[in-house]
Design a protein around this ligand. Structure first.
Ligand SMILES: [Zn+2]
Length: 290
């Protein structure tokens, strides 16, 4: 059995050297899929021989032939797997990602086709919630859309309320997470913190009463006056960047898809100093997605 050599790189030349044809991608998927060894999905037997399709494996006992794409996000893709890899590569490694419109013209696919794959990629980019934020963590909410950016009248339905948490380090900013919420209630804000922030983080929020009851669970939570945002400078820069990204690349983003965009943004953001392996991380998540 060949061992897996992780792809490391962010430029197209490196990518094109490694992935020249569909078979290179199928091999990559198969090595991720059976990284811990082969186990038949139907009968749990652990011996196989090569199946009919490229890099598929056939169970020695029940003869079930499993392709590397089945039961992964690459299942049932109606165009070349190489193109799908290329799209995943572009979305993950380009600083601002790529809209389905841009993908459509770059890869000569219908926009809807690109959009379908892009939504899968975004879902794979969702945090595994395995490494909550630690240290000093600033938290605040902000609004996207609504009367000030929407069309005429009070289009309240378009307003999107988002809560954001960001690690503030001595010399800059660490990781960040954001989530779409309905209300700035203690219940929703607390639900967000429990998912994304470590219990012993030094959380700092503004004076909003929604945060006050959370001190019971987050013992180091402190509330300070916002002073028009002066006490949350890093946080407000981050908010501006998210808004700018959404406006610049994606023009508008419906409430329904907002969480996916927030996940995409932070998947890249949280790996910005480790971009070389980001494509490999994404492909792994797309293979193992449940
Ligand atoms: Zn079997």
């Amino acid at each position: 059995m060949s061992t897996r050599e992780k792809f490391i790189g962010v430029n197209s030349i490196t990518f094109n050297k490694r992935f020249k044809r569909d078979a290179d991608c199928y091999e990559y998927l198969s090595l991720i899929k059976w990284e811990k060894g082969f186990v038949c999905r139907k009968c749990n037997y652990d011996k196989y021989y090569n199946g009919k399709k490229p890099f598929s494996r056939r169970c020695l006992k029940c003869k079930y032939d499993e392709s590397p794409t089945i039961n992964t996000m690459f299942e049932k893709i109606k165009f070349s797997i190489l193109i799908a890899f290329h799209i995943a590569f572009k979305i993950s490694t380009k600083k601002k990602g790529m809209s389905s419109l841009e993908l459509s013209s770059e890869f000569e696919l219908r926009q809807k086709t690109c959009w379908t794959l892009k939504q899968k990629v975004q879902k794979a980019m969702k945090s595994s919630l395995n490494s909550p934020l630690t240290g000093v963590v600033h938290v605040d909410e902000f609004v996207i859309g609504g009367p000030e950016e929407g069309k005429k009248g009070r289009s309240k339905g378009l307003k999107k309320l988002i809560v954001l948490a960001i690690e503030v380090l001595e010399n800059g900013v660490g990781r960040a997470y954001a989530e779409l919420i309905e209300h700035s209630s203690a219940k929703e804000l607390g639900g967000f913190l429990i998912k994304y922030v470590s219990k012993d983080a030094e959380i700092i929020t503004d004076k909003w009463r929604g945060y006050t009851p959370l001190k019971k669970e987050f013992l180091k939570l402190k509330q300070v006056a916002s002073e028009d945002g002066k006490n949350f400078k890093e946080l407000h820069i981050h908010i501006m960047n998210i808004k700018g990204w959404l406006r610049g690349i994606h023009h508008h983003c419906s409430k329904e898809h907002m969480q996916n965009y927030l996940d995409e943004y932070h998947f890249r953001y949280n790996r910005r100093s480790n971009m070389g392996t980001i494509f490999d991380v994404l492909i792994r998540k797309m293979v193992h997605y449940k």
